[in-house]
Design a protein around this ligand. Structure first.
Ligand code: 13P
Length: 250
């Protein structure tokens, strides 16, 4: 990882953990000796954000949401606004995750308006981009991730672009155990960094089957500044081990 960019590890719990499980997880995570040189975020489901906020109050671990609507309020059944997230102490929001894009029809235009809204509300967007295995096999990886990055950050000046966190999550690596080769991930992340003005100093995270056993190989790469971790963020002991391994090699 590049020392100029502080490493960041984000646990994306997806649709896992009740309020009670969230409280138990956080108590156990905070009991571990977490390294100070890494910024940490946990992103529980909406229903557990309030409990997580309370449980994290005395810690430096930040709270993230897994998506949001762009509007402050309105007739949008089932949606959650940035104002509601701020009230619960949320300071990061994952936007454009491939599961949102593929399973729930989130378009580039939506991702863009949510990124703008997050920045306007003072919430740091973690913008996820990544290619399918079909796109990779067809040699379209760079084109795909650059197009997603350009679309997500459309209309942002360099100052606002510098406020985002980017995440490269090759879709074929998510939840499969088939993590992307770290050198190749670093290369793609370099392309992401060059694609829009203002990204030079932002953290770019790798996501896709990141584990305590492989995090060091990513942490050693210059353009990889941390991880967006799914499955391996669900067990507090394992997640603490991943964070510790990342800190040792940052
Ligand atoms: P896994 O770590 O389970 O592969 O998930 C990655 C991811 O999608 C994080 O957002």
């Amino acid at each position: 990882m590049n020392a100029a960019r502080r490493p960041l590890i984000v646990g994306n719990w997806k649709m896992h953990k009740t309020v009670a499980e969230t409280r138990a997880f956080i108590a156990e995570l905070l009991a571990a000796n977490l390294p100070e040189e890494i910024d940490l975020v946990v992103a529980p489901p909406f229903t557990a954000l309030g409990a997580a906020h309370e449980a994290l109050a005395e810690s430096t671990v930040a709270l993230g949401a897994q998506t949001m609507h762009e509007g402050a309020q309105g007739p949008f059944t089932g949606e959650i606004s940035p104002v509601m997230l701020l009230e619960l102490g949320v300071t990061y929001v994952i936007l454009g995750h491939s599961e949102r894009r593929l399973l729930f029809g989130e378009s580039d235009a939506w991702v863009n308006s949510r990124v703008r809204s997050a920045i306007a509300h003072g919430i740091t967007p973690i913008v996820a981009v990544g290619e399918t295995s079909k796109e990779r096999q067809a040699g379209q990886t760079d084109r795909r991730v650059i197009a997603q990055t350009v679309a997500a950050l459309d209309g942002l000046d360099a100052t606002d672009a510098a406020r985002v966190v980017m995440a490269y999550e090759p879709i074929w690596a998510i939840g499969t155990g088939a993590n992307c080769d770290p050198v190749e991930a670093n290369r793609v992340m370099g392309e992401i960094r060059k694609s829009v003005g203002g990204l030079n100093d932002v953290p770019i995270l790798y996501g896709g089957s990141m584990k305590p056993e492989n995090v060091a190989s990513y942490a050693q790469q210059p353009d990889i500044n941390g991880g967006l971790v799914g499955g391996a963020s669900l067990d507090p002991v394992g997640f603490a081990a991943l964070i510790e391994a990342a800190a040792r090699h940052a």
